[in-house]
Design a protein around this ligand. Structure first.
Ligand code: V47
Length: 415
């Protein structure tokens, strides 16, 4: 493979030989504008591991509360509220179970449960939630609580992180999501998430989880105040922990959204803060530096389904699933849909010339699609939810006097 940017020539040779890339290589990749060479390298590294397979999960996101003690210090976040602030909400367990009941009519395999750091919600609330969900939906795996939430619960319960994780595992949690990592650089963190646990502490929670046999995901939030050095160092820290434990399943680059948060205002940004080229570059460079990471996932709610689809030939072997319903980025102005139908995901993957594989939270194969014919309803499962569910859900939430849910996008035509 030849590179248009001569600075990439030695990196091409290394990737072709399967050699590990260095910090300088990472910097050269981020500084280069030779996007197609970077993409081809990401694709090469991915194909080597995963062939043409692209995984997805039929999943449902559940956000039990948006009340967060870090509301005023995580200045990039649009989701968090103070307890008495307009729009603050905390779901009762019955409400969480009612929301999760959509899984009965849908092919849901994973609940993705994250929320704010509520000052009063105790560990018992979460454990009862996990047990209740497991009892009601035994076939659905639970991916729950970021390292930040785990550390917060340990602090308010006067328990060790290990004890909290052990209790979560016993209550039915299968894996941890990758949120809260942001960017580990102390300087960038001081600007965007001053009071959040440090990068070292985030890594320590994941190390502990891996030691208990709980696999986890990892992320990097890019497109705000971080430097290219910050990005590379963050990826190398993830790589080092993966060398040590092997417990990460997936890396997910997360594109910063600047609407309705203090940081976006300070930076004078609205709409989007990243570009399509930067989104694709972050996918490919993540894949190249994280040579020990089994999977790289593209999160379509952040970068759009179409950029995610292109990402499948830039190093991603995993497309975020049905989601049902995304709230964190929609509060920050993401204009993408709040969910995708099961069939739309298959079409996106097939449209990229890849082979869709439905997986569970642990990447065990649930279904392949050799016999799947677009447009033949009897050859495909029912979509995860229809717009009716969201309309009912919003009506119920509003009738309860809860906060207004963000307006749905045009994709489902529900408005
Ligand atoms: O940690 C918050 C990010 C993350 C904004 O593990 C924002 O499978 C952009 O980690 N603009 C949480 N990003 C989400 C997350 C995640 C998503 C999908 C899959 C998985 C997984 C994990 O969302 C936070 C933060 O980095 N975030 N606010 C914002 N304004």
């Amino acid at each position: 493979m030849s590179a248009r940017d001569p600075a990439l020539a030695p990196i091409v040779a290394k990737v072709e030989r399967g050699e590990r890339l260095t910090r300088d290589d990472g910097l050269a990749l981020f500084h280069s504008s030779d996007l197609l060479t970077i993409g081809r390298l990401g694709d090469l590294a991915n194909r080597h591991r995963n062939g043409d397979r692209v995984y997805f999960a039929a999943n449902q996101h559940i956000n039990p509360t948006n009340v967060c003690v870090l509301r005023n210090t995580c200045v990039f976040c649009s989701f968090a509220r103070m307890p008495r602030e307009e729009g603050a909400y905390t779901r009762s367990l019955e409400e969480v179970f009612a929301e999760a009941d959509a899984a009965h009519d849908n092919p849901t395999r994973e609940f993705h449960i994250v929320g704010g750091l509520h000052p009063k919600l105790r560990l018992a609330y979460y454990l009862e939630m996990f047990r209740g969900l497991k009892q009601r939906h035994p076939d659905v795996q639970i991916k729950a609580l970021t390292a930040v939430e785990v550390a917060h619960l340990a602090r308010i319960e006067h328990l060790s992180v290990r004890e909290v994780l052990q209790a979560m595992k016993e209550a039915g949690v299968t894996s941890l999501p990758g949120g809260g990592a942001e960017v580990f650089s102390p300087a960038a963190r001081a600007t965007i998430a001053d009071k959040k646990l440090t990068g070292e502490e985030w890594l320590a929670v994941h190390r502990e989880a891996h030691g208990l046999g709980i696999p986890s995901n990892c992320t990097m939030l890019y497109g705000h105040v971080e430097t290219m050095e910050d990005r590379v160092d963050h990826l190398l820290a993830l790589r080092a922990l993966q060398d040590e434990t092997g417990g990460f399943l997936t890396y997910i680059p997360l594109a910063y959204h600047p609407d309705h948060n203090e940081l976006g205002e300070a930076l004078g940004r609205t709409g989007t803060a990243t570009s399509g080229c930067d989104d694709l570059k972050n996918i490919a460079v993540g894949r190249l530096l994280l040579d020990n990471m089994p999977h790289v996932k593209t999160h379509w709610p952040m970068v759009t389904p179409f950029i995610s689809q292109i990402g499948l030939t830039f190093g991603c072997d995993d497309l975020e699933g049905t989601v049902v319903f995304e709230r964190v980025y929609h509060e920050a102005g993401a204009g993408t849909p709040m969910w995708l139908a099961y069939d739309q995901i298959i079409e996106l993957i097939r449209g990229a010339g890849k082979v869709p594989v439905e997986r569970d939270a642990l990447y065990q194969v649930v279904r392949t699609f050799e016999d799947w014919v677009p447009g033949r309803s009897n050859a495909r499962p029912k979509g995860p939810v229809g717009p009716t569910f969201e309309i009912q859900h919003r009506a119920r939430a509003q009738a309860r006097g809860g906060r207004k849910l963000p307006v749905l996008s045009a994709v489902d035509g529900a408005e």
